[in-house]
Design a protein around this ligand. Structure first.
Ligand code: FAD
Length: 456
């Protein structure tokens, strides 16, 4: 390939702070807010025009229950709970104060507005929207001196003492020299869409309809779909596309995937117009970006392993609790395999659910699992932490931790850990986990001991 040499460039240091966060999904926003509440001066950079990441840009409006598998004990609070309380006031969230085994539906437009408000309540957070991280400037000891970003006005540097990569893609980790791992069969990306008039006649079977029209409309999705009515809205969100064999770290493949996912949505719309010509169905919103389930994973101090997590291992650095099943989407067909915390396993494929062998002995459940902090600490950069889907987890663990109520807690923990690293003036590899857990609890997070599988 032809090359061109860029001239050396001098850029302004446009901002300096204690902590700089790259990426403004709830993961990044919650990291910034927790650090700011402890007194740190924070800079938050987001490539798009709003906060919320896959939730708001990708239209994914489902959070999962805040309760353990017995439905008796609340295990998640912190900023997830605060945000739900805010949205409840706007009728923008389905009930969450008791166990919500079918999930908590949220209106992601209201989430966008509430994230704006939350950020603006913290004057020690400086925000750069429509601003993309570009590269990292590192020192000989491997630490990051500054990052370079670009917005409408300029290309500029931001200097900070601690950096947090909350970009999902691990853009800062990569540039800072953290080893990144590509998985064999990554979970496929999907584009969601919102429709009005999504009121089908009784007995209408969307999946069967897709099979009927497949010869005529070959772009129809593979058959996997789920959807939800959006709180305080007349719209329905459909998560019904899947793009196979996509390396989400490759710009050309993501470009092709965006186009393919929209072709799939177009085909669904055409199909519905043909099959139900009198139904006033309309496409109302397309996502600002395709939803990426899995890209690269970084190499951290310790990988989160499904076998450990699901055995209720006691981690000294446990910073989050979850019950969402290990949920792995096939990158070849419409299959999804679930490993539930009630001990059951199921494969959903071709519109059928096939139960597998129980993974826990009969009569036992795992009330909740825990996520450790070390899977967010890159092994080789003294002032970098990372939260989000690039965390270091094996396939089974990643299937469970990748959902938002889990990553929200990880973001909060990383914000607190960054603050502690600042205070200690120590590399992030030497953090005091007990102290971080204390600070998390003090700031509103639920911090629990490990829990082994047991009778419910
Ligand atoms: C279709 C789909 C359905 C899903 N369904 C659910 C569900 O029902 N419930 C659930 O909880 N989870 C669901 N998930 C999973 C969950 O949404 C994601 O795993 C999670 O949101 C990832 O969060 P994140 O913070 O790692 O990344 P993201 O949400 O991707 O956020 C990363 C942020 O970083 C920004 N960024 C990236 N690069 C740069 C850069 N260079 N400079 C500045 N900013 C940058 C991005 O713009 C973005 O705002 C779903 C995922 C998909 C794709």
């Amino acid at each position: 390939m032809a090359e061109i040499l860029l001239p050396a460039e001098r850029v302004n240091v446009a901002a300096e702070a204690d902590i700089c966060v790259i990426g403004g999904s709830c993961t990044g926003v919650f990291a910034a807010v927790r650090a700011a509440r402890l007194g740190a001066k924070v800079i938050l950079l987001e490539r798009q025009n709003r906060f919320g990441g896959v939730a708001t840009l990708g239209l994914v409006g489902m959070w999962h229950t805040l309760f353990d598998i017995t439905e008796k004990k609340q295990i998640i609070a912190g900023l997830t709970f605060e945000m739900l309380e805010r949205m409840e006031k706007m009728q923008a969230a389905s009930p969450f104060r008791q166990a919500a085994p079918r999930g908590i539906r949220i209106n992601t437009e209201i989430l966008t507005l509430e994230l704006d408000r939350l950020i603006q309540e913290h004057p020690n957070i400086r925000v750069f929207l429509n601003c993309a991280f570009s590269t990292a400037i590192t020192k000989p000891d491997g630490s990051i001196e500054a990052i370079v970003a670009e917005n409408k006005s300029a290309r500029f540097a931001v200097r900070a003492k601690i950096f947090i990569d909350a970009s999902g893609d691990g853009v800062l980790c990569k540039k800072a020299g953290v080893a990144m791992r590509r998985v064999k069969s990554p979970q496929p990306p999907s584009s969601c869409a919102r429709f009005s008039g999504w009121n089908f006649p009784p007995g209408f079977d969307l999946r069967a309809c897709m099979e009927k029209y497949r010869p005529e409309l070959p772009d129809l999705p593979c058959g996997y779909y789920w959807g939800m009515n959006i709180p305080d809205s007349a719209l329905h969100m459909l998560a019904g596309t899947r793009v196979f064999n996509c390396d989400c770290d490759d710009a050309d493949q993501i470009t092709a995937a965006e186009l393919e996912a929209r072709r799939q949505i177009y085909a669904v719309l055409m199909m519905l117009k043909k099959e139900l010509p009198n139904l006033p169905i309309a496409l109302e919103t397309l996502p600002a970006a395709i939803g990426i389930r899995e890209g690269l994973h970084m190499q951290a101090l310790r990988q989160l392993k499904g076998a450990e997590m699901l055995s209720g291992k006691d981690f000294p650095d446990a910073i989050a609790n979850g019950t969402y099943p290990s949920d792995v989407h096939s990158d070849q067909d419409d299959g999804i395999s679930f490993k539930f915390m009630n001990g059951n396993q199921t494969l959903f494929k071709n519109g059928k659910s096939t139960p597998g062998e129980r993974w826990l002995p009969e009569g036992q459940v795992l009330p909740y699992y825990q996520i450790h902090l070390r899977c967010h600490i890159p092994a080789n950069v003294p002032n970098l932490l990372a939260a989000g889907r690039m965390l270091d987890a094996d396939r089974e663990a990643f299937g469970a931790v990748r959902v938002m109520v889990n990553l929200n807690q990880c973001g909060e923990a990383v914000g607190v850990a960054a603050f502690q690293a600042l205070q200690q003036n120590a590399p992030v590899q030497n953090l005091d986990y007990a102290q971080i857990r204390k600070l998390l609890a003090k700031g509103g997070s639920i911090v629990l001991p490990a829990q082994k599988p047991c009778a419910p």
